[in-house]
Design a protein around this ligand. Structure first.
Ligand code: BGC
Length: 350
C-alpha cells in the first residue's frame, strides 16, 4: 500500500511538472510575404513545429532589414530557444545574432546562408549550385547545344547580390553554358554576362522587366532571342511580361528558366510562356528544419549532409542540403498536383 501511494505521488508530481513546463519557443523569420514561396515555407514550418509541440513565433519582414533585426530582438526578449532565419541580406544580421548567441539561442540559417558571422550553428537549404546546374542543363538539352550549330541568342539574369544563394545559382548554370559562350555558339548581344551587371537587387519582378525592356530596345536590328537564363520565378515573370509586350508569341517564345514553381509561373509553363522551373518542395525543407530544431532542443546530434561547401567568411557552416528537381510541362502534374502541393484548381489557366 505504501509503495502504491508513493508511486501515485510520484506520478502526480511528474504530471504537474509536465503541465507546468512551457513548450520551447522557436522564432522563425522570413524575408517577405510578397513572394509565394516564403509564405509556403513559413506556413509549413509553423504547422510542423507546432505539431512537434513547439511554440512558434513566425514573422515576415517585408524585405526590410531593420524590420527583420527588430523582429529577432523581440524573439530574443520573448525567450526563443532556437531561431530559424531566412535573411534578406545575409551579411547584415551580425550584431543581433551575437546578441542571440549571448542568450544561448541556437541559430539555423534557412535557405539563405548567414554570412560574416560566427553566430550561425546550422544551415538548411536546397543544393543551390545544383539549382543552377539544372537550369543550365535544361537549356543545353532543349537547344541541343552539344550538336546544333547555332549561334543562339541569349540574355542572362542573376538574383539579388545580397543573397548568398544568387552566386551559387548563377555559377551552377554558367558553368554549363559558358563553354558555349566562349566558343561562340551562344551570343549575348548586350555583352552583359558578369554577375554584377545582370543581378537584380531584391529579386524584383518589375526591375527584371525593366532590364529586359531595355535590352530588347537595344535590339535595333531585330535580333530574336532563343533563351533567357532566369535564376528564379519572380524574375522570370518580369522577363516574360517584357517579352510578350515586345511582341514575342508562342510561336517564337524564347526558353525562359525559373525556380520555385510559383503558381503564376507554373501557369505560364502550362500556357507555354516559361520553359521550366526548379521545384524546391518547401514541405521537405520545413520537415528537415523541424528535425534539426528537435535534435537541438533534445541535445541530440543534428543531422547534416554537407560540412564543406558553405563557408560564410568566418566558418564553414554544417549544412543539410535538400534535392531540387526540374519541373516542366511534362512532369508538373505529377510533381505538383499528384503530390498535393497544389490543387488542379489553383493551376487552372484561362
Ligand atoms: C531562394 C529562391 C527565391 C529567391 C527570391 C532565394 O534565396 O532560394 O527560392 O526565389 O531567394 O526570393
Amino acid at each position: 500500500m505504501k509503495k502504491l501511494l508513493s508511486l501515485l505521488l510520484v506520478t502526480v508530481l511528474l504530471l504537474s511538472a509536465g503541465s507546468a513546463l512551457a513548450a520551447s519557443k522557436v522564432g522563425v523569420v522570413m524575408p517577405t510575404n510578397s513572394l509565394q514561396r516564403w509564405n509556403q515555407d513559413g506556413a509549413n514550418m509553423k504547422e510542423q513545429l507546432e505539431k512537434a509541440g513547439y511554440e512558434v513565433d513566425l514573422q515576415y519582414a517585408n524585405n526590410d532589414v531593420a524590420t527583420q533585426v527588430s523582429q529577432i530582438e523581440n524573439m530574443i526578449l520573448g525567450g526563443a530557444e532556437v531561431l530559424v532565419v531566412a535573411s534578406i541580406d545575409g551579411s547584415a544580421l551580425g550584431t543581433v545574432l551575437a546578441q542571440a548567441a549571448e542568450n544561448n539561442i541556437k541559430i539555423i540559417a534557412y535557405d539563405r546562408l548567414l554570412t560574416d558571422t560566427p553566430h550561425v550553428d546550422y544551415y538548411a537549404t536546397f543544393d543551390n549550385y545544383k539549382v543552377g546546374t539544372i537550369q543550365g542543363l535544361f537549356i543545353e538539352e532543349k537547344l541541343d547545344l552539344k550538336n546544333a550549330e547555332g549561334p543562339f541568342n541569349f540574355e542572362l539574369f542573376a538574383g539579388s547580390p545580397d543573397d548568398n544563394n544568387a552566386r551559387y545559382f548563377h555559377g551552377g548554370a554558367w558553368d554549363i553554358l559558358k563553354p558555349y559562350y566562349e566558343s561562340g555558339k551562344i551570343v549575348v548581344k548586350s555583352g552583359q554576362t558578369e554577375f554584377e551587371k545582370i543581378a537584380i537587387l531584391g529579386w524584383e519582378t518589375k526591375d527584371a522587366q525593366a532590364r529586359m525592356d531595355n535590352l530588347l530596345t537595344g535590339y535595333a536590328d531585330g535580333t530574336k532571342l532563343d533563351a533567357v537564363l532566369s535564376p528564379n520565378d519572380s524574375l522570370a515573370l518580369g522577363i516574360t511580361n517584357s517579352l510578350i509586350a515586345a511582341g514575342y508569341t508562342l510561336d517564337d517564345f524564347p526558353l525562359v528558366t525559373g525556380q520555385d514553381c510559383d503558381v503564376a509561373n507554373t501557369q505560364n509553363i502550362i500556357k507555354g510562356y516559361q520553359a521550366m522551373s526548379v521545384f524546391k518542395d518547401t514541405r521537405t525543407l520545413a520537415a528537415q528544419v523541424v528535425t534539426m530544431v528537435d535534435a537541438i532542443l533534445k541535445g541530440e546530434e543534428v543531422p547534416v549532409n554537407d560540412t564543406e561547401t558553405y563557408d560564410n567568411g568566418v566558418k564553414v557552416v554544417p549544412s543539410f542540403l535538400c534535392d531540387p528537381v526540374f519541373a516542366d510541362i511534362n512532369n508538373y502534374k505529377e510533381l505538383l498536383i499528384d503530390s498535393g502541393y497544389y490543387t488542379e484548381d489553383q493551376l487552372k489557366v484561362d
